[in-house]
Design a binder for this molecule. Structure first.
Ligand SMILES: [Zn+2]
Ligand SMILES: [Zn+2]
Length: 206
């Protein structure tokens, strides 16, 4: 038998040990990756990236077609992997009732736990591995690979006491984030108004 993904000789298995391990790792990372991708898919109308871009600091990703919101979403990934889970269960336990719909995280966990059986006995293991790899590539395409690093935007302008003291903590923004949150005083800058005020009140020559 050969590996359904890379084609090397595997003895009796449907996936080689390396691709089985990679599939398990991808399944483990996928829920987090899709949560990050969903954060990155900021609808164009919010204009957040434009506002931050005027400061020249954050380097936002270009606005994305909103169709991508449906195409690369945890919901779609969950549905795709749910159908794989159903098929694995059908092959392994033909008499069981199909599993109820579950979250992406739960479905990934289930498939990862069954990885040994899938690699050894599931004839479509190569196709499953290929589809999981595609799901990962699609999400990485949105999140950026490597993931974007936070960049300094300016300082926090929140007033922290009755004397008008400004928080002054350094604010960072990671491409794709919908809001800037001060880690010191926890003020959130999210709306266009809040962001414009933030930029307006930056100290001169900061
Ligand atoms: Zn392989
Ligand atoms: Zn602050």
């Amino acid at each position: 038998m050969t590996c359904g993904l890379c084609g090397i000789d595997t003895g009796t298995a449907h996936l080689c040990a390396r691709d089985a391990a990679r599939l398990a790792a991808r399944l483990t990372d996928l829920p987090t990756l899709y949560a990050e991708a969903a954060e990155c898919l900021v609808p164009r109308r919010l204009g957040f990236g434009d506002i931050v871009a005027t400061k020249g600091a954050a380097g936002p990703r270009s606005p994305l077609n909103e169709d991508l919101l449906d195409e690369i979403s945890p919901g779609r990934a969950a549905a795709v992997l749910q159908s794989w889970r159903e098929d694995v269960q059908r092959v392994r336990w033909p008499h069981h009732t199909p599993p109820p719909p579950a979250t992406l995280a739960a479905t990934c966990r289930w498939l990862a736990m069954e990885i040994d059986w899938i690699a050894a006995h599931y004839p479509a293991a190569g196709d499953l591995a290929r589809e999981v790899r595609t799901l990962e590539v699609q999400a990485r395409h949105v999140v950026g690979d490597p993931p974007p690093r936070p960049k300094t935007v300016g300082v926090c302008i929140a007033v922290t006491d009755d004397h008008g003291t400004l928080c002054g903590a350094t604010l960072t923004h990671t491409a794709g984030q919908r809001a800037i949150t001060c880690r010191t005083c926890h003020t959130v800058y999210r709306t266009e108004q809040e962001l414009l005020l933030l930029l307006h009140y930056q100290p001169v020559a900061a």
